[in-house]
Design a protein around this ligand. Sequence first.
Ligand code: SER
Length: 339
Amino acid sequence: MRKPVILITGANGEIGHGLIEHFSNQDRHDIVALDLRPVDDRIAAANLTSIQGDILDDNVMQRIVSEFEIHVIYHLAAMLSTRSEYAPDIAHNVNGTLNLIKLAHEQARWHGNPVRFLFPSSIAAYGMPDLAAKADAGRVREDAWNNPTTMYGCNKLYCEQIGRYYSTHFRQLAADRTPSGVDFRSLRFPGLISAVTLPAGGTSDYASEMVHAAAQGQPYACFVRESSRIPFMAMPDAIKALKLLSEVDESALQQRTYNVGSFSVSAGEIRDHVMRAFPKAEITFVPDKPRNRIVDSWPADVDDSAATRDWNWKPDYDAHRAFSEYLAPTISEFYKPRT
Ligand code: SER
């Protein structure tokens, strides 16, 4: 018999760390963690099988399904926005997502139950043409301003659509039309800030980099203007959102992609929060124009009322609480010299 499992791709990333920690505290689920690199020892847990490999490699994927029966997929693997701009060809990852959606479809046929497919999308799916439009737009709804300016954002938007297609329109012209068995659910996350991992190659990374540098007593030159504003979220709220969305009954979902918001802050306000926690921090602003343009194209805030309506979304952390109760204490502990 194959073992029922949750499959997590991109397990080594920031969300992967948080999610696996969450599941390992529960020990109700067996997890298969897939990543291009060996899965970090820090996230190894008793109920976890780590596999090093690529979702584009059929041999790896076939080996997984020969051993495991997949009921839930968290498809976290992706190259973040800045890095994707340097290598747009390999950043174009929609085939990997499509492979996994097809795998979910096949698995649902094998075991006869829908496969929940959780997909982290991003504020990068939006593209605001200029700062005046950004200021006017305020909190943007999921269906507005869908003109991403990055390869990363284009991928996210396309994968949201392909997931929605498989969940609601698959084989719409077939005489024997049956549901695909793929229950796709996607979250448009703001910039995420974790106390225990640093993102790599993103454009919202300045917030994480600022606070991690301060905790280590290192100076930091922020690559966007003080006035640059986008929404952010502390990692525990990102895990909470994934948990809530993964648990809600499919009949409650009026859409397949949801904004989730937490707090909207400028880079200068992040500096102020960091200075309160680490008064000796040395933070300067040395904007990198092209990267700043990407941040300028993302909305200042998101309208997440659909998530609240359909699955009771509410963040636990506003900016003050995120910095004073989660980031500052956890990061200080993280960098404390080990004796
Ligand atoms: N954090 C991502 C990035 O900066 C956006 O979702 O690429």
